[in-house]
Design a protein around this ligand. Structure first.
Ligand SMILES: [Zn+2]
Length: 470
């Protein structure tokens, strides 16, 4: 497919939107849409309404506030022609709390523009990236009066508070949200001169394990030596979950893991990753599975980690007691094609096999989420990579995140569409921290890239855009 050069009229019209983008974002930052604190609930509503008005003003045909049992999302759409590809853009309009306020250079809900940056809560995560989408749309419409694709927008209002109602919202509105491709703009790039596209996120399972060996705590002089100790039982069970090489010793755990092929390992090796600094930042000791690099271990390989452990006496001085109970929290990061429910089953079965006779053990799932992956040669990602190269001047690196973004996995799963993670935030944007900022040049380039990306998608057509990579 030869690259489609956007008509200069739309690029120029988009470039003219730079001032408008800053103004729109500044006005929106002033609405303190903090989703974790109930005292801001009214502001989160105001933020959804603000976005709805801005979307219609930019050229979306309709916008609706979608209420949930928690805080509202905003949906908007502009439908041009059912024969054209449909893209759903995901972002969120809620923000993180601002404490400690005293560390901000200016009040967190008053935008401060300086040195090519805009400071303010939500400037980068994620209002700035949504404002970038709106002004790109307005630029194309100013130049041509129509979009080359059908465009839908869903902005969640609870992303910073766990996205508790998002999956249900997606299922309830599945038909209205239908799209050929989902473009998520809530991630970032490695650097201003190191453009990148995120192509994978890990999933996770989180469990609790409790063991009980007696009905009551026991005197260690009277019972010691004659009864099983639950802490001993627990640590022996946990110690058998990995072998000496750091591999997870649970039968079936790796069955569905897609082994890293040479191309994927090369893709990962190309990502600048300073292992020494990564470890020195937290003063940690390296560990993990033999045969893999640190970057592979933390992004493309599954884990089984012990996150907490308790049992017995922990206070001052001595208490000569053998406890009745002990427990632990465990979690797993999952990679393609592992099924979180199956992993819970095989880990549970292994723990049952490791439980000594007569010991009561309880293993329960606390949370679970799927991984997400869109291959770098999927046509929707390949087109995005071309566009990024055109705007940033060098081809993007493909990165994998070790963490999980639950709404992204929900979007892929419920809508059964590929997800392209196109985000322009930078690692030092102070996400969730005081003095959150966005680099305006990143937003401006992002706006231009979106104009070109919609042209590419429109020119490719639905069939080529959604074809599985060969
Ligand atoms: Zn975000």
């Amino acid at each position: 497919m030869p690259p489609v050069t956007p008509e200069p009229d739309s690029t120029l019209a988009i470039q003219k939107r730079q001032r408008a983008l800053v103004d729109l974002l500044s006005a929106w930052v002033a609405i303190p849409s903090v989703s974790t604190d109930p005292k801001y609930a009214e502001d989160v509503h105001r933020s959804a309404e603000f976005l709805g008005r801005a979307a219609v003003d930019a050229g979306f045909q309709r916008a609706e506030v979608w209420e949930t049992e928690g805080l509202p999302a905003l949906f908007a759409e502009r439908l041009e022609d059912p024969a054209l590809p449909t893209v759903l853009v995901y972002g969120h309009h809620d923000v993180q709390p601002v404490d400690p306020v005293s560390e901000w250079l200016k009040a967190p809900f008053e935008a401060l523009e300086r040195d090519g940056e805009l400071l303010g809560r939500g400037s980068s995560d994620d209002k700035g990236q949504l404002a970038m989408h709106l002004e790109a749309v307005r630029g194309i419409l100013d130049a041509r009066g129509h979009l080359p694709i059908n465009l839908k927008l869903i902005a969640e209002g609870e992303e910073e508070n766990g996205s508790g109602h998002f999956d249900g919202l997606l299922r309830a509105h599945r038909e209205e949200l239908r799209a050929d491709v989902v473009v998520v703009s809530d991630t970032g790039m490695l650097g201003e001169d190191l453009p990148s596209l995120t192509i994978a996120l890990r999933g996770n399972d989180y469990w609790e394990l409790r063991v009980q060996t007696a009905d009551t705590d026991m005197h260690s002089g009277v019972y010691g030596g004659a009864v099983l100790n639950p802490i001993q039982v627990l640590v022996e069970m946990l110690s058998k979950l990995h072998d000496g090489d750091g591999h997870i010793a649970v039968p079936g755990f790796y069955d569905d893991v897609v082994e890293l092929d040479a191309a994927t390992r090369e893709e990962l090796a190309a990502v600048p990753f300073d292992e020494t600094r990564f470890l020195a930042n937290v003063g940690a000791v390296p560990g993990g599975e033999q045969g893999f690099t640190s970057l592979e271990r933390r992004t493309a390989r599954p884990t089984l980690e012990l996150c907490g452990i308790w049992g017995g006496y922990e206070g001052e001085g001595a208490k000569t007691v053998i406890p009745a109970r002990a427990g632990a929290k465990l979690s797993s990061r999952l990679v393609p094609q592992q099924d979180p429910a199956r992993i819970t089953r095989v880990v549970g079965e292994q723990l049952r096999r490791l439980t000594p006779e007569g010991v009561r053990a309880e293993f329960k799932l606390i949370t679970s989420g799927r991984w997400a992956l869109t291959s770098s040669d999927h046509p929707s990602v390949a087109a995005a990579a071309d566009v990024v190269e055109g705007v940033w001047g060098r081809p993007p690196l493909f990165t994998r995140e070790g963490g999980s973004i639950p709404p992204v996995t929900s979007l892929g799963e419920v809508l059964e569409a590929p997800c392209v993670l196109f985000g322009v935030a930078l690692p030092d944007d102070h996400f969730h921290a005081p003095n959150e900022r966005v680099v305006l040049a990143q937003l401006f380039r992002g706006m231009e890239a979106l104009g070109r990306l919609w042209d590419r998608y429109g020119a490719m057509g639905r069939e080529a855009l959604t074809a599985a990579p060969g």
